[in-house]
Design a protein around this ligand. Structure first.
Ligand code: N7H
Length: 485
């Protein structure tokens, strides 16, 4: 793997894959399909204060700096060469991407209707329907104040191999924009250090399962090749752009998700004891993968640390042979968010709801004081990012209709014929029950023959949403013309 993280399993083909649509990689921003190379990623959220000056600076001084998918692809090959030649130095590989909220787009193109009701409403208005904790006025109650009070018209995603390189790019971009923008919120995520590289804060390898993209990737075993129009406008049957200039653009969902790591660890240990099972196995069954990334669907009883990072094996399963949830509980995070053959045909039941994920952890490592106290003292978690061409049908669908829905996966039966009460996603599910209490069916595997039912009661959410934004990430051409003229 390269020395700068990119989502695994999608960065393969140097040229368009034969038979697939030809993707305009010079037009599509680099984070959307392939993922900018990133050890650090700074998110600079801003308000447009002076539209005319902003447009002029955008066209003349920012547009050409935006990192395209073509550049990301070339950099990936450079990084492989660099590594193969035995180089350990980190390349700066600065990346710049840009997205606009609906309020930002309306400042640049008055009256524009991007025909996505959730985007138009904005993330704050949608929070209650995602079961984010809200107050009596339905305003999110756990969000950072800037996302509640400041105006956010757009965001720069600035990535790179070093913090210094990222910061220098941020200074340059903000300098050319001058007083035409005001920064509303600014946060840097970073890949975790040492052996935790590539792992999110609960400890799991991240970026293991991504959809294959027809025309871009040669699929790995078990990876479905999907219509690029699900992720970028202008391709296939699903990605018809409502406005001509939306071609090669994508909707980006941003969520700042705080993770209560010491609390989660304590919970897993205690529940392991209560249920009489190895806490490591319990944790693996809640996610559907061991922390190494190996899927419990393939290796249910013990970890296989060679499997997680191996794209030839790490997605080569579809749950079809596991209808008694012996290997992987129906409620496991990866089964709730990508149920594969549980919903057939997949092209109707699952594919239209897939997302491309491109987030990065934020916050410091857990301190020994936090470990001892079993309580979070400093914010840490995931700066979650995903791409799609329909926010209601993709991100919001996965979060609210699948993860938060205790009945999903529907229609499952225990071997004795009684219905399974699956429970909400034990990792990201937001319960609207009082105090957010939730349950998960079958954390105890009883593998391979047992028949004793088990239920896990989770006393709280261990992932707490603390900010969100819905953005449109336009093509380079749109940035250079419609949005800046
Ligand atoms: Fe999840 N985690 O560490 O437990 N996620 N996720 N996620 N997630 C996945 O395949 C995690 C979040 C999806 O195709 C893995 O990369 C955490 C949101 C989907 O097999 C792990 C947070 C949403 C997949 C985690 C978080 C999703 C997926 C397995 C928040 C969408 C692919 C490794 C802090 C609403 C499923 C991998 C598939 C995988 C974790 C957020 C969705 C380990 C900690 C908000 C679609």
């Amino acid at each position: 793997m390269s020395n700068e993280l990119t989502p695994q399993n999608i960065k393969e083909a140097p040229e368009a894959v034969a038979g697939g649509p030809v993707l305009e990689l010079d037009e599509i921003q680099g984070d959307v399909l392939l993922g900018l190379q990133k050890l650090f990623e700074r998110f600079v959220f801003f308000e447009i204060k002076d539209v005319k000056t902003f447009k002029a600076a955008l066209r003349r001084k920012v547009a050409h700096r935006i990192t395209t998918s073509r550049t990301v692809q070339l950099r990936e090959f450079q990084l492989r060469d660099h590594k193969n030649q035995g180089n350990k130095t980190i390349l700066p590989n600065v990346g710049l991407n840009l997205g606009f909220t609906n309020s930002g787009i309306l400042k640049l193109v008055p009256g524009a209707d991007l025909k996505d009701p959730s985007y138009a409403a904005g993330a704050k208005a949608q929070a209650a329907s995602l079961n984010d904790p809200v107050d009596a006025q339905k305003n999110p109650s756990t969000w950072v104040p800037q996302f509640l009070n400041a105006n956010i018209d757009g965001v720069f995603l600035i990535t790179g191999g070093t913090q210094a390189a990222v910061d220098m790019e941020a200074v340059t971009v903000l300098a050319v924009l001058g007083a035409s923008v005001a920064v509303s919120f600014d946060e840097t995520g970073n890949v975790r250090p040492g052996p935790e590289k590539g792992h999110e804060h609960f400890g799991w390898l991240d970026g293991v399962s991504q959809p294959g993209i027809n025309g871009l990737s040669n699929p790995f075993p078990g990876q479905r090749l999907l219509d690029p129009g699900l992720f970028v406008f202008g391709y296939g049957t699903t990605g018809n752009p409502p406005l001509v200039w939306m071609k090669n653009g994508s909707f980006m969902v941003f969520r700042r998700l705080k993770q209560l790591v010491p609390e989660f660890d304590t919970f897993i240990l205690n529940q392991g004891q209560t249920l009489g099972m190895d806490p490591v196995l319990l944790a693996a069954r809640l996610v559907g993968r061991w922390q190494s990334g190996a899927p419990v669907a393939l290796t249910p009883a013990q970890d296989d640390s060679t499997m997680g990072p191996d794209p030839q094996r790490n997605n080569n399963f579809d749950f079809a042979d596991d209808q008694a949830q012996r290997r992987c509980p129906f409620g496991a995070h990866i089964r709730k968010t990508n149920p594969r053959e549980d919903l057939v045909p997949q092209e109707k039941g699952v594919d239209p709801h897939r997302i491309i994920r491109a987030g990065i952890p934020f916050g410091p490592e857990v301190s020994s004081a936090e470990e001892t106290a079993g309580a979070t003292q400093q914010d840490r978690g995931l700066l979650f990012v995903c791409y799609q061409t329909s926010i209601p049908n993709q991100f919001e669908f996965v979060q609210s209709k699948w993860a938060n829905n205790p009945g999903f996966i529907f229609g499952k039966k225990h071997p004795d014929g009684t219905p399974v009460n699956v429970g909400i996603d034990p990792i990201i599910g937001q319960s609207n029950a009082p105090n957010h209490v939730r349950t998960t069916d079958e954390p105890v595997s009883n593998y391979p023959t047992g028949n004793v039912r088990s239920t896990l009661n989770e006393p709280q959410d261990f992932v707490v949403p603390t900010a969100a934004g819905y953005f449109f990430v336009p093509s380079i051409e749109a940035v250079e013309s419609e949005l800046s003229s």
